[in-house]
Design a protein around this ligand. Structure first.
Ligand code: ADP
Ligand code: MG
Length: 343
């Protein structure tokens, strides 16, 4: 009797183990699913998440987590929201060391690196000048030389003092205002990609208003993730770009500009003068992280063709595709940009 029970138990266990092994092989061989979120408003623009996952349930969890991650970053880094951590920092850090969250501190440190790298063309202390630009966007009236001079005195990345040991920030001039509009979307894309990877995605793409990063497996049957570079003068695709475990960002004056006396003014400003950047109408940067691509696309917009190309050429892992206002039909490229182009 005992022996019989043992035999039954043994065959039951054996059966269970066999089932488990079979189930594992089956799920490994199952073709992955692709889910796309469609476009939803995020950080003042539209965002889309695409996920390749072992099954639909995982894909949906990934998409939900990605949007939650983006919302969190927006809550902390949106300069238009008076309740954000960033706005509070601008209000309280003059003349005293203010503590900030690890994510915000990381973006502030990276921002200062990009300021140094670009000789001040990228500068998140540009807030007071951006405020004047937004005024012009509403009224159509250009800021006066006095207003510009006053704003300029409150701009300068070296006036934002970061204490690495205590993770605190001090602003050296009263009335300074930080603006992460040129880098926070890229940072949010990077964190969203990390989140979907952790939740079990096999591949994915996150796009916040043209700040895009792809990783892993593309949707079948494609071999690469493929992104369309828009023609700034028409709603057509200018070039198709393949991206594998890489990022892309496009800055341009064709979507966001203020108008005064029939002239268009880009929302990207030269921090040294407060004037709109106007030499380049489209700047696309390819880089390992979305944050780097985002910040560099803003920097190169300010630096212009010659200095901008020199900066990107000096970086090992970044490439640029530029269109100037003078010759809108010509696509200017750095040396290895062609490796990413399909046609
Ligand atoms: P988009 O937001 O259209 O993707 P960018 O990434 O180039 O474009 O960011 C532009 C935003 O960055 C502006 O709206 C402003 O908030 C901020 N900004 C403007 N000029 C600069 C600058 N020189 N350096 C850093 N940020 C800037
Ligand atoms: Mg940018």
């Amino acid at each position: 009797m005992k022996k019989r029970t043992f035999e039954i138990l043994f065959s039951l266990l054996f059966g269970l183990a066999l089932l488990a092994a079979l189930w594992q092989t089956a799920s490994r061989n199952r073709t992955p699913v692709t889910e796309s979120s469609g476009f939803h408003p995020v950080m003042g623009t539209l965002a889309q998440v695409t996920v390749v996952a072992p099954d639909q349930r995982i894909a949906q969890i990934c998409i939900k987590t990605a949007f939650e991650t983006m919302a969190q970053i927006n809550q902390s880094m949106n300069d238009r929201d008076p309740k954000s951590e960033l706005s509070e920092l601008s209000r309280t850090a003059f003349g005293k060391e203010a503590p900030v969250s690890p994510d915000l501190f990381a973006v502030l440190c990276a921002s200062q690196e990009y300021s140094r790298l670009s000789g001040g063309a990228f500068d998140i202390t540009v807030g007071p000048e951006v405020a004047l630009w937004r005024q012009m966007e509403k009224t159509g009236i250009r800021p006066t030389p006095e207003q510009l001079e006053d704003a300029r005195a409150k701009v300068g990345y070296e006036k934002m003092i970061l204490n690495l040991q205590s993770q605190t920030v001090q602003l050296a001039k009263e009335g300074m205002k930080l603006d992460l509009g040129g880098i926070a979307k890229g940072f949010a894309v990077d964190l969203a990609i990390e989140a979907i990877r952790q939740k079990g995605a096999l591949g994915g793409m996150v796009d916040i208003g043209g700040n895009i990063r792809c990783f892993g497996r593309p949707p079948a049957p494609a071999k690469d993730w493929i992104i369309g570079l828009q023609n700034p003068q028409a709603e057509t695709v200018l070039k198709r770009i393949k991206l594998n475990d890489f990022s892309i960002a496009t800055s341009g004056d064709y979507r966001r500009y203020a108008e005064s006396e029939g002239k268009k003014y880009s929302h990207i400003l030269n921090p040294a003068t407060g004037d709109s950047a106007n030499e380049l109408i489209s700047v696309t940067i390819l880089a390992p992280t979305a944050m780097e691509a985002d910040a560099l696309s803003t920097a190169v917009s300010v630096m212009g063709k010659q200095r901008g190309l020199a900066l990107i050429d000096s970086l090992d892992e970044a490439e640029a595709l530029l269109i100037t206002a003078d010759r809108p039909d010509e696509l200017i490229q750095t040396s290895r940009a062609a490796d990413f182009l399909i046609d």
